[in-house]
Design a protein around this ligand. Structure first.
Ligand code: PAF
Length: 286
């Protein structure tokens, strides 16, 4: 496995591979790999000639009060795990090489950033879209693979790639969960044992609400009230940041579910903010 730090070297390397007619996959990450990241790498490994993984804790997607400094990092361990997945290039640029002090060009998709995580994190998706655009320009991927846990991020990236004619296929892959249903996240390590014991109820609540839709309930207010009640009962250590039923592509809120719907939540424990979601496909309802 080759490790590349310099953006220019990454760009030259990937351009050469593209010119040789190879297909290139990129898995963009912020590191501290868990099974969710490794599953993305395995999928990408099977679908392209060349597998690139970027590991960059992107400062522009953190607000000043957020956990940029504390974000978990372990490059030697990550490098070893990447090697085991058959990664060809691990790209680990420095913040200074990615964002100059007077960085001024940003990528935004405002219509997808009116609700969900963007309410509490208003500059987050601008930072994500901009760094992903830069990573695409540096790695020339044929396809790029993202997890569906960050559904809004995936929607923003898909829209960015479509609207800016980026020659890359965006692949979303299913959420990988712990045995008890908690969605895997690098931030799960922040949870105290008591919080960790309550956190699986995030997913159980989503499943329960999907169950109600399968029995024919379509009123968003009723569904969200039932979810709020369940979360209050099962997760006293958590504060719900949002619970939303939205259109899975455009992310606008739904009052009544008549087609496919996404139920998305963010929950705050003392030191960790966790997100999760569940798709409610149309055919599962009566
Ligand atoms: O999902 C993440 O890990 C990050 O938001 C991403 C896509 C690597 C951009 O920094």
């Amino acid at each position: 496995m080759r490790c590349i730090i310099e953006p220019r070297e990454m760009q030259v390397w990937s351009t050469q591979k593209r010119c040789q007619g190879k297909t290139l996959a990129l898995v963009p990450t912020m590191g501290y790999f868990h099974e969710g990241h490794l599953a993305l790498m395995r999928w990408a490994r099977e679908h392209c000639d060349v597998l690139m993984v970027s590991l960059f804790v992107n400062p522009t997607q953190f607000a000043p009060h957020e956990d940029l400094k504390a974000y978990p990092r372990d490059l030697p361990r990550d490098a070893e795990l990447a090697r085991e997945q058959g990664v060809d290039v691990l790209f680990t640029p420095t913040p200074e090489s990615m964002f100059s002090k007077d960085h001024a060009a940003w990528v935004e998709a405002p219509s997808l950033c009116r609700g969900l995580c963007a309410v509490q994190r208003p500059t987050h998706f601008r930072g994500v879209a901009t760094v992903v655009a830069k990573l695409f320009l540096l790695t020339s991927p044929t396809l790029a693979v993202f997890g569906e846990k960050d559904w809004q991020q995936l929607a923003v990236i898909r829209t960015m790639a479509r609207d800016l004619n980026m020659p890359v296929e965006i692949i979303g892959r299913p959420i990988v969960r712990e045995a008890d249903g908690l969605a895997m996240s690098s931030r799960n390590i922040y949870l105290s044992p008591e919080e960790r014991a309550q956190a699986p109820f995030i997913h159980q609540g989503l499943q329960q609400i999907r169950g109600l839709t399968e029995q024919g309930e379509t009123d968003a207010n009723i569904l969200l009230a039932a979810l709020g009640e369940m979360y209050q009962r099962t997760m006293p250590l958590a504060a719900v940041e949002y619970m939303s039923l939205v259109d899975p592509e455009q992310l606008f809120p739904l009052e009544e579910i008549q087609g496919p719907a996404l139920l998305a939540v963010a929950v705050r424990f003392k030191t960790a903010r966790l997100i999760d979601n569940i798709l409610i496909p149309v055919e599962e309802r009566l």
